[in-house]
Design a protein around this ligand. Structure first.
Ligand code: F3S
Length: 412
């Protein structure tokens, strides 16, 4: 079936609005044909994943430069995933020279098209805040899961280059989670705990849900208490990494899942699972690929830390210092860093031995030069990618446990 194009879209395809928009329309119509979509739809914002030299290599940099050279400009608010290296001091972060050069070329090309230059995986904290029901073309699995699950917006997991085309046109392909019939729950997951989750349990629950659900849409019942935004950010990131969760219905939290009935709509569950406290403890044990207590790096901020989370680390340290045998890094975007600088918190943390790494993260920057063998983190997503991307064994714990380990110089 041919994709329906409006008069304006046909004009764009014919090149009447310039080379860049023609190119973008050719890509989007090809994607639409490939997935049997009927049409393109407007989006309110785009989030790009053509962001780091570590994953896009020379080909990605050259593609970004070619699209920029066509005169491409983004037509809707467009954010971008973290920078491929410490944006404040890449040399101190031991970034290889060639890598840094290529990262800067990539940034120059993307910035020339009009991206909002905060390099972050949490664009929903202040840059483009989606509303319920709004259509987005976002990449970054954790952000897509958060936008669908917590905010009730509608986005698929877009891919690099296609995301740039969406930003140029302000449109995406109407498929997948943009369509109501694809948003209903498929599997029921009963959380059997008669108390609110502890902080580390959100990461473990996300990790377990990802393994259990894969790409099926889960309807989670039994969530007690009032999880913070940060708890849900952690959960969504872990589930999107260990599985490919893009939408979860957490009954009572997800806007379109006020009840179990609403979450399933016309569908019935194809499977029912239960998750108990014991299951979360077992999951935590599986997440710990390192069984000893030595640690080289404690890496917090996956997804990047919010102001609240950075302040919490300062409070947990309570004037104590990080042991000299440990690197203790916090990843945050420059908005959060500006704020904690103004609050005096950055200075306090640095005096305690904490390094704040700007606009990047442990997974998408080249930290192999440090030869870390064991990394401790409070992030289920970091646990999933760390062994492959950082060539390290992982220790998972709560933020409190990470801070205590940092002060002690080993896992406790
Ligand atoms: Fe963000 Fe990097 Fe984690 S992009 S979600 S901090 S892997």
């Amino acid at each position: 079936m041919a994709v329906f194009l409006t008069e304006e879209e046909r004009a764009i395809l014919n090149g009447e609005q310039g080379e860049a928009r023609k190119f973008a329309m050719e890509i989007l119509t090809t994607v639409a044909e490939g997935c049997g979509a009927k049409r393109l739809i407007p989006v309110q914002s785009v989030h790009l994943v053509l962001h780091t030299y570590k994953s896009c290599f020379d080909a990605g940099v050259e593609a970004a430069e070619k699209i920029a050279a066509m005169g491409a400009k983004f037509s809707v608010p467009t954010t971008i995933d973290p920078y491929g290296m410490d944006a404040e001091d890449w040399k101190a972060a031991k970034t290889p020279e060639h890598y840094a050069h290529m990262q800067m070329r990539l940034a120059k090309a993307i910035e020339s098209m009009g991206v909002i230059p905060y390099w972050t995986c949490t664009p929903y904290y202040g840059f483009t805040i989606p509303k319920f029901g709004e259509h987005l073309a976002w990449t970054e699995s954790s952000a897509v899961a958060f936008a669908n699950t917590v905010l009730g917006a509608r986005s698929n997991r877009e891919t690099a280059i296609v995301d740039v085309c969406c930003a140029i046109l302000g449109r995406t392909v109407e498929t997948g989670l943009h369509l109501q019939e694809n948003r209903y729950g498929e599997v029921r997951v009963n959380l059997e705990l008669d108390r609110p989750l502890k902080q580390w349990e959100y990461g473990a629950l996300g990790f377990r849900l990802g393994k259990t659900l894969g790409n099926r849409i889960g309807v989670v019942t039994g969530m007690q208490g009032t999880p913070t935004h940060e708890n849900l950010k952690t959960l969504c990131a872990a589930g999107a990494a260990s599985g490919s969760i893009a939408l979860l219905h957490i009954v009572g939290i997800t806007p379109e899942a006020r009840t179990v009935e609403e979450a399933f709509g016309p569908k019935s569950p194809t499977a029912v699972y239960t998750i108990t406290e014991r299951d979360l403890l077992d999951t935590r044990s599986d997440m710990n690929t390192h069984k000893g207590n030595n640690i080289d790096l404690i890496a917090l901020g996956c997804p990047q830390y919010t102001i609240n989370e950075i302040v919490k680390v300062r409070d947990l340290l309570a004037g104590r210092k990080i042991a000299s045998n440990i690197q203790f890094w916090i990843y945050a975007n420059s908005f959060a860093i500006d704020m904690v600088e103004k609050m005096g918190v950055r200075k306090e943390l640095e005096e305690a031995g904490v390094t704040i790494r700007a606009e990047t993260c442990m997974i998408i920057s080249p930290i192999h030069e440090w030869n870390f063998r064991v990394i401790m983190t409070d992030s289920g997503k970091c646990v999933h990618y760390g062994p492959m991307e950082c060539n390290a064994e992982m220790v998972f714990g709560s933020t409190e446990e990470c801070v205590e380990a940092g002060v002690a110089g080993h896992a406790i």
